[in-house]
Design a protein around this ligand. Structure first.
Ligand code: GLU
Length: 473
């Protein structure tokens, strides 16, 4: 089995493209086949080196490797020229200078659903007419699709497609077919939007074979993957959230979770299992199980799944990933903080993405914690300051500043004041983290250490007193 992923580098790698890459990769790995990467860079204006790099970076981040390539389609233009000459010589293609106007006139004369047939022009030296492929008059081209079954394209309705411009440069459907032929591609797996290109590509392959061009291999097997919709059932677009692999990375998703989620966009293991390791995906992936119905990309589900994967990770591994994420963002300094492993450990149960870590726990690592006036107002009134004072006393008196002792001390405060846990924990949380979100309170206090915990309590108590006396004045 030889499959290929053939992106056009016109921008970032989008969710749909990433799913196509993944399905090809899973298929190749499942079958022990080969995956070829071909960059379809014939759109010279949009196929910039930066765009090519973006695609490669996205594939590397997803940890999808390839066995051959990247092959640049533009580097194959001479070969496309050879194929073109072979088809012209064998009479399967012809020069034709028909314009869009001519095609229109033809349809008016013959009926709108009648495929256009051009007037062949003599092949002269330096001929400057475009090249069209002869579509046979009779019969039909049937696309046998593993996912969608057979789709029949009657030849009488197909235009003779233009396969090369007057300057000799190959057009898309021609280049793709010749590249697949030369590369010995056995399975073409791509998005459903390419289904209508397939008869043209099949006709090119048949013409090449009839002209004796290229290797004589069987026609590829086709599989067109279902469209992607957003949760609202509309075609997937930017307004449904993260649209590209880069955005998913920047949003703090893990590549293994993204692979897991993308695999479920149109494919299922058959037993409703949703959490699948990459090894399991490779083992269980089959094209025959891909649905023909549109699949829904729902970022909420991806977030949930990512949380599952985050909790699966050994702490050291998660710490490395959080550190990498912090380094790439606005809190690079924290990546080297010796307390980071423990901070990550106490956050692991509560975060869904790497990006969730800092808003939850950053205040404990940051010298300058968040200031949330609403939280102060709510929790550091007279009552709150009272419990905070007691908590401070209890913590200051501890022999060992361990989580267990911290827990006991704070529970003692609860009992003495006969209040609900949050009446003690929230004022303390606001004091140490500046806000009402943090990992578990005992763990958070222990992470901060005695000196810093007391310092923060004192600081906020003083500022509360200051503002209290201002009001009194
Ligand atoms: N280059 C095409 C695209 O990015 C895919 C071509 C193919 O897979 O045949 O949509």
């Amino acid at each position: 089995m030889r499959v290929r992923f053939a992106p056009s580098p016109t921008g970032a790698l989008h969710i749909g493209g990433a799913r196509t890459a993944l399905f090809n990769w899973l298929l190749a790995r499942h079958e022990g086949g080969e995956l070829l990467l071909r960059i379809e860079d014939t759109d010279r204006e949009r196929s910039t080196p930066e765009n090519v790099q973006q695609i490669l970076d996205a594939l590397r981040w997803l940890e999808l490797d390839w066995d051959e390539g990247p092959i640049m389609q533009t580097e194959r233009s001479e070969r496309h020229g050879e194929a073109l000459r072979a088809l012209l010589q064998a009479g399967h293609a012809y020069r034709c200078s028909a314009t869009a106007q001519d095609v229109k006139a033809y349809k008016l004369a013959h009926g709108a659903d009648r495929g256009f047939r051009g007037e062949p022009e003599p092949e002269a030296d330096g001929s400057a007419a475009a090249v069209r492929l002869h579509v046979p008059e009779e019969g039909a081209t049937v696309v046998h699709d593993v996912i969608r079954g057979d789709t029949r394209f009657e030849h009488v309705h197909l235009d003779d497609p233009v396969i090369a411009r007057a300057d000799g440069s190959a057009l898309y459907n021609f280049a793709v077919a010749i590249d697949d032929l030369d590369a010995g591609i056995t399975h073409v797996v791509r998005g459903e939007d390419h289904l209508s290109n397939t008869p043209k590509q099949l006709l090119v392959l048949e013409a090449a074979r009839a002209a004796g061009f290229g290797p004589r291999s069987p026609l590829p097997v086709y599989a067109h993957l279902p469209l992607l919709h957003g949760p609202d059932g509309k075609k997937l677009s930017k307004r449904h959230g993260a649209a590209s692999v880069q955005e998913l990375r920047d949003a703090g998703y893990l590549p293994e979770a993204v692979r897991n989620y993308l695999a479920l966009l149109g494919w299922g293991a058959g037993d409703d299992q949703t959490v699948l390791s990459t090894e399991e995906l490779i083992e269980r992936f089959e094209l025959e199980r891909v649905s023909r119905n549109p699949a829904r990309f729902d970022e909420t589900k991806l977030r949930w799944l990512n949380g599952v994967w985050i909790r699966e990770l050994p702490v050291e591994d998660l710490t490395c990933r959080v550190a990498g994420f912090l380094r790439a963002g606005a809190h690079a300094g924290a990546a080297a903080d010796a307390r980071l492993p423990r901070a990550v450990q106490i956050s692991q149960e509560k975060i869904h993405t790497l990006a969730d870590f800092w808003p939850l726990t950053g205040a404990l690592l940051d010298d300058d914690p968040v200031d949330d006036p609403k939280a102060r107002e709510r929790w550091l009134g007279e009552e709150g300051r009272g419990t905070l004072h007691d908590a401070r006393e209890a913590l200051a008196a501890l022999e060992d500043f361990t989580e267990a002792q911290i827990g006991q001390a704070l529970e003692g405060v609860l009992a003495r004041r006969a209040v609900k846990p949050r009446e003690v924990y929230q004022p303390l949380r606001v004091a140490i983290a500046g806000t009402t979100v943090s990992p578990g309170i005992f763990e958070s206090v222990a992470l901060l250490g005695r000196a810093e915990t007391l310092r923060r309590i004192d600081r906020i108590s003083e500022s509360a007193l200051d503002s209290g006396s201002e009001q009194a004045d």
